[in-house]
Design a protein around this ligand. Sequence first.
Ligand code: FAD
Length: 499
Amino acid sequence: MSDWHWLFGDQLGPHFLTPRAHGPAPNTPVLMIESRSVFRRRRYHRAKAHLLLSAMRHRAAELGDRVRYVRAETYTAALRDTVGDAPLTVHHPTSRAAHAFVTAVPTVRVLPARGFLLPGEAFRSWAAGREKLRHEDFYRWARRELDLLMDGGEPAGGRWNHDKANREPPPKDARTLGAPAPYRPHEDDIDEEVRADLDRWEREEGIVFVGRDGPRLFPASRREALAALHRFIEHRLPGFGPHEDSVLAHDPVMSHSLLSSSLNLGLLDPAEVVSAAEQAWRDGRAPVRSAEGFVRQIAGWREFVWHLYWYFGEDYRHRNALGHHTPPPDWFLELDADAVTARCLSTALRQVRDTGWTHHIPRLMLLGSHALQQGWDPRAVTDWFHRCFVDGYDWVMLPNVIGMSQYADGGLMTTKPYTSAGAYIHRMSDLCGGCAYRPSDRTGDRACPYTTGYWSFVHRHRARLAANPRTARAAQGLERLDDVQDVLRTHHRQTRTPP
Ligand code: FAD
């Protein structure tokens, strides 16, 4: 019986097959399973389903005779019919469900995770005995551990953190940031086949998707992912940073890298991505604040989120510290951007509908913040993000949504809930111009739903917010508001229809 190595659909780059210690031996036959039941369980964005299938099939085409590509209803059926009792190795899967599945199969040997910078044991020793797990502490430790952007024991460029320089509002009166265009792939025969399959599944098998599957926007092969990385590092990295927290209606991408789906599909190794950014700075091709700002996203946030997913345990997904139980409404679940009047929310929802992607701030301060203000069930919100974003996977969703966006963990991951009134959106975007609502209005027909939503949230959780030094001022602000009851009534009225 020959050994097999199983590649999951998010283990698609060469680093998942390079023979190293704890890797498959050279030329081990590879198994890939395209499981149909995955698409029956959840109503995914069609562009996401397309990207995933296209990427898996591109990888299979690259591997040629070495791979057995099985299309089956379930993993169990595919293993039974293809591998039988032969021994099988697999790198540590990225979800708890997949990990539980592989560890329950007696013939499977689980190899260490690939696709992240630091091993789980290193994170656990760092975390042991710490009362609070804070991103900034983790990030500095990771930089030292990895000798990344370091000059000896000191941070290269003299500072650990350039966040202050990276919080600028959008440039005044500019419709776009003027950054060089990001890489976009061209579709090929594999995409055509994927589209035909998805059409057939919808028509004949009752599989339903959400969102629009326009031209594929994200890399589906190693070659495309490397081209996207190269374009970003050479042309766009120098502009990354200053405006990363701002939003422009006509420039959804700005200077963001668009690399999340390639990293999360395993097409790119984060180690090559951060070292390319460091090298660009060392060669004088990018300023330190851009290189550091970008490295922080990957060696800091991405890595932190991955380790927290495992560290927080299975129960983390059920956390609901704020007791939010309202189901998200249909217009949100259906990505019905045209039903929404608030220009900012409708813009973000439209981007999700049309591309399966928005940058960080629309996710956090528009979509997530609205869900938090409305008291939507954090599990349903997590499921929505997971299904609708091209880069969404269980590991990355739980800390980002349960923790960072919905504060459902009560502050295990962040020091305060992330939500704001319309004034913040007005300062950090051009989305309030031409909106039917006014960010400063708390009552009346033009009251901004984020402003009424914010005060309604503060009112609902005033005791908790007052007890937290980082949010005590918000609770005090509520006491100074002379029209609280009117604001709450306005908010209540607004929640009955799309805002
Ligand atoms: P850039 O701004 O160019 O950042 C560079 C890279 O840093 C990203 O490609 C990503 O790999 C990494 N990164 C930065 N922040 C995070 C983070 N918080 N968690 C994980 N990686 C991070 N990111 C995902 O990869 N998948 C998700 O499903 C996802 N869901 C999110 C949900 C919410 C509510 C929030 C607030 C954030 C979420 N993020 C998620 C993080 C972040 O918004 C995206 O990684 C980023 O917008 C992707 O675009 P980009 O590649 O242009 O990122």
